[in-house]
Design a protein around this ligand. Structure first.
Ligand code: SF4
Length: 192
């Protein structure tokens, strides 16, 4: 296993290193490493859980059904395409879309730290429990904490449901929409 991560990577160096990464067992079955998409210096960074089947095949995050739902909501709320960057906690697909385990998250989190240093977002939006527990507090749950705000190292953090949860439970859509509206409103206060 390659344990060496240079935290001073540029985007090109990060992309190259990530694409060769074998730091955890998820490297074995991947088609592509799914690093991120969007504006690399955006003020908002969305962080999901891990790539699904379509993401693994296409090498881009949030391009399957859940991604389309998220994109529709962001477009409806007038988040321009270049106003956000989107990535995941783990960059390779866990089989059968299971949640990544602690060992995989621990191995992959350094890539997200480097991405965060490079993007320098003002706001990070955790999409779902895995991102919430990894980035805000391991003892929190999304149903209780969604929509709340925290400051860590000068960055505002909030959370909402993962859009994949909305595909299974449409009754969550209203809360999801409200949370994204709150993100949009928060961004506007930052520019005042
Ligand atoms: S999930 Fe992350 S740590 Fe594991 S192999 Fe992929 S890029 Fe490396």
């Amino acid at each position: 296993m390659d344990n060496l991560v240079n935290t001073n990577y540029t985007w090109n160096e990060l992309t190259s290193a990530c694409n060769k990464c074998t730091r955890c067992a998820l490297c074995r079955d991947r088609t592509n490493v799914v690093i991120g998409r969007g504006n690399p210096s955006a003020d908002v960074m969305f962080v999901g859980e891990g790539p699904g089947k379509q993401e693994d095949l296409q090498g881009e995050p949030f391009v399957g059904a859940a991604g389309q739902l998220l994109n529709s909501a962001l477009t409806a709320l007038r988040f321009s395409q270049d106003s956000y960057y989107i990535t995941n906690i783990v960059k390779c697909r866990p089989e059968n879309n299971r949640e990544p385990v602690a060992e995989e998250i621990g191995a992959c989190i350094e890539w997200l730290r480097i991405q965060t240093r490079l993007v320098q977002p003002k706001v990070v939006v955790c999409l779902g429990n895995v991102a919430l527990k990894t980035l805000i507090d391991k003892d929190m749950s999304i149903s209780k904490e969604r929509g709340n705000w925290y400051v860590k190292k000068g960055i505002l953090f909030t959370s909402t449901y993962h859009p994949a949860a909305l595909l299974r439970r449409s009754e969550l859509k209203q809360d999801f929409w409200q949370d994204l509206e709150a993100v949009k409103a928060k961004m506007e206060t930052l520019y005042e």
